[in-house]
Design a protein around this ligand. Structure first.
Ligand SMILES: Cc1cc2nc3c(=O)[nH]c(=O)nc-3n(C[C@H](O)[C@H](O)[C@H](O)COP(=O)(O)O)c2cc1C
Length: 398
């Protein structure tokens, strides 16, 4: 559940800070990417070195690290999938309740968009103090999740409530939140995205204007719905969410090789990449020099990935994309038949806001029985959600 998740651990100045070492270790063992923030006082209780070694990352504590350099709390807050403050002192808790921001940990807390987990730890009287109880209520009312303190023997020798929850309990608490309850849980989804580049000589290639945005949005949405997603991505400056396994390729042939292998074990395959139809018949090992007024370049067809997967198809649901400039629906229907598809997502370059390099798309989905559903112009993320929902309903009826 925590594989690939980005977890920020905030450590404050309580005796239970020593347990943060075990917490970090457990999270790393679960496959999470862990970064640690400490309050300045917390360093009196556990060394940053210990947490740095265990988290495999630099530990941050101050706003300013070296001269002219500052730690970006906003970036850290946006980076995290979850922020767990363990232990959380009465002092830090009260500052969180009132929005104080006088250290890096607190500034990051105020900037974080992810869920924040608070594991308080303090002596029994501090814990039961009405101010602390009031602050605990207050921070929860902001949407933070409380991992309640436990009852038992305290470092002071007193008995009572205030012991920080054990690291194993904290991990289980976070895991529960990430539990996969998505509609595509257990499904393997293969998606292609981006352009392909077909080399002509060491400096030139045949490419196209695809950015990979639509396919990446699809990969992210299927992963959000619990699918195990592999994205075969052509040359693109963009990257999918960490939950998506991404294989980067250059050429149509490389994409084909990966897809034929992955298709054997997948449940759903969506070919959203804009694969080059032609490549140079011969690759020139030296740069082609400018000599004549004309240059004839001989091209040969690349392997048609969708067609080949259609031939291999057994139980898989195979989905294609059709980007056309004319007769969109006719071409799309023909493609469903000739390539043995379950359905096709068609879009037209003639529709404003659709196609390459835009943040929006206007799609029409046609299934093999020629049922057609047209969608409004919307963001590529929302268009991806529509495709995910359509796939879910299609498989339910199959
Ligand atoms: C030995 C020692 C142990 C402490 N243990 C705790 C504790 O368990 N919980 C707590 O809320 N404060 C504890 N404190 C008080 C905090 O360290 C103090 O309030 C500090 O300013 C908190 O800083 P921070 O919230 O910025 O990390 C302890 C102080 C000392 C000297």
């Amino acid at each position: 559940m925590l594989q690939g998740k980005k977890i920020l651990v905030g450590v404050t100045a309580g005796i239970a800070a020593y347990k943060a070492a075990t917490l970090v270790r457990l999270l790393v063992k679960k496959g999470a990417e862990v970064r640690v923030l400490m309050t300045p006082d917390a360093q009196q209780f556990i060394t940053p070195q210990t947490l740095s070694v265990l988290s495999k990352n630099k530990v941050e504590s101050a706003f300013f690290s070296t001269e002219n350099e500052w730690n970006n709390h906003v970036h850290l807050g946006l980076w995290a999938d979850a922020f767990v403050i363990a232990p959380c002192t009465a002092n830090t808790l009260s500052k969180m309740a009132f929005g104080l921001c006088d250290n890096l940990l607190l500034a990051t807390y105020l900037s974080a968009r992810c869920k924040v987990y608070i594991a308080p730890a303090m002596d029994v009287d501090m814990y039961q103090h009405p101010t602390t109880q009031h602050n605990l209520q207050k921070v929860q009312s902001y949407g933070n999740l409380l991992i309640p303190a436990e009852t038992g023997e305290l470092a002071s020798g007193l008995q009572g409530e205030g012991r920080m929850a054990e690291p194993e309990t904290i991990v289980a608490f976070i895991e529960k939140r990430f539990e996969n309850t998505g509609a595509f849980k257990g499904k393997k989804v293969l998606i292609t995205a981006g352009p392909t580049f077909e080399e002509i000589d060491p400096v030139r290639f045949i490419g196209n204007r695809s950015t990979g945005k639509m396919g990446i949005a699809l990969a992210n949405q299927f992963a959000l719905q619990g699918a195990e997603v592999t994205l075969v991505l052509g040359p693109s400056h963009l990257a999918p969410h960490a939950n998506v396994r991404c294989i980067r390729v250059e050429s149509a042939n490389e994409m084909y090789e990966h897809c034929t292998e992955l298709f054997k074990t997948c449940d759903i395959a969506i070919m959203a990449a804009a694969v080059a139809d032609y490549k140079a018949a011969e690759y020139q090992t030296q740069k082609i020099k400018k000599k004549e007024s004309e240059l004839n370049l001989r091209l040969t067809k690349t392997t048609d990935i969708l067609l080949e997967l259609g031939k291999q198809k057994k139980k898989q649901c195979l989905i294609g994309f059709a980007l056309e400039t004319q007769n969109v629906l006719e071409y799309a229907k023909e493609k469903i038949r000739s390539k043995n598809l379950d359905f096709i997502v068609a879009n037209s370059l003639q529709d404003a806001g659709a196609g390459f390099a835009t943040n929006t798309n206007k799609i029409t989905i046609i299934d093999k029985k020629e049922h057609t559903q047209a969608f409004d112009l919307k963001s590529k993320d929302d268009a991806a959600k529509d495709i995910v929902t359509f796939t879910f309903n299609y498989l339910k009826q199959k």
